[in-house]
Design a protein around this ligand. Structure first.
Ligand SMILES: C[S@@+](CC[C@H](N)C(=O)[O-])C[C@H]1O[C@@H](n2cnc3c(N)ncnc32)[C@H](O)[C@@H]1O
Length: 251
């Protein structure tokens, strides 16, 4: 969950051993010249979606790495909620966080690039009889939300997986109502695991990792402030590589 996963260390190790998870497209049987060209949307979705689709079921079974920290972040988030709120979650994974928050707000639109993650979300919502969370497959980059319509946008363990987190933060800023909140737990490898930076592209090349960007907490906070956000709450549990931030669009 959003307690500081880079992606999924255990699964990555498993894949390294088994050789599974290679994100190399199977041959379609068509010659390269006759193969239909992918659309921009397909290009955006393909590699990351493949990676996350493959690990979705195992990801769903993984326990939260720091349950106490997770509970604290849930509590802090809920302290900002009220029953009339419209909430968006981007990169919702298997939907755990949105489903927990559902009783505290009017509606949550929860999105993820992976159709397998979304299938798990829908299963869980049905099993828990939760009707005010709408799950939908969408890339963060292509997601359309009218400006100034969201009370809260959440993106947990997502920003470090995006090619352009600055563009995403600007997009979220536009979606938010004045006074709206961007709640994010973000993996910042730049402080304690900077040495991963040269390894990650190689792991990605062989399908053992998704796109992962390396930056520090200081850089993230600075970027948010430059994007117009005010930092309302910031917390980094001891030894965690993730920082939890509630950032406000000035009202
Ligand atoms: C590390 S998981 C975090 C899941 C969940 N937010 C949590 O805290 O447990 C990252 C999630 O982001 C999704 N994701 C990765 N790249 C994405 C993108 N470009 N657009 C939307 N979702 C994306 C993945 O499918 C995955 O479910």
């Amino acid at each position: 969950m959003f307690s500081g996963r880079i992606f999924n260390g255990h699964l990555i190790r498993t894949q390294l051993i088994s050789g599974a998870g290679l994100a190399v497209p199977r041959s379609s049987g068509l010659s390269p010249r006759r193969r239909p060209r992918p659309t921009q949307k397909e290009k955006n979705m393909a590699p990351s979606a493949t990676f996350w689709d493959k690990i979705a079921e195992k990801y769903a079974k993984q326990p939260v790495s720091d349950e106490a920290a997770y509970q604290k972040k849930l509590e802090v988030t809920q302290s900002y909620f009220s029953p009339e709120m419209e909430v968006l979650e981007i990169g919702c994974g298997t939907g755990t966080t949105s489903l927990i928050h559902a009783p505290f707000v009017k509606h949550i639109r929860a999105t993820d690039i992976s159709q397998n993650m979304i299938a798990i979300c829908k299963r869980k919502a049905e099993a828990q009889n939760i009707a005010n969370v709408t799950f939908e497959q969408a890339t963060a980059e292509d997601l359309t939300v009218p400006d100034g319509t969201m009370d809260v946008v959440m993106a947990h363990s997502l920003l470090h997986l995006l090619e352009d987190k600055e563009a995403m933060m600007a997009k979220v800023f536009r979606m938010l109502k004045p006074g709206g909140l961007f709640v994010t737990n973000t993996v910042c490898l730049g402080d304690r695991m900077w040495y991963m930076a040269p390894l990650l592209p190689i792991m990605r090349l062989f399908g053992f990792a998704p796109l992962v960007k390396v930056f520090t907490v200081k850089h993230l906070v600075q970027t948010m402030k430059e994007g117009g956000y005010e930092i309302d709450h910031q917390w980094q549990p001891d030894k965690s590589i993730g920082v939890f931030i509630v950032a406000k669009k000035p009202g």
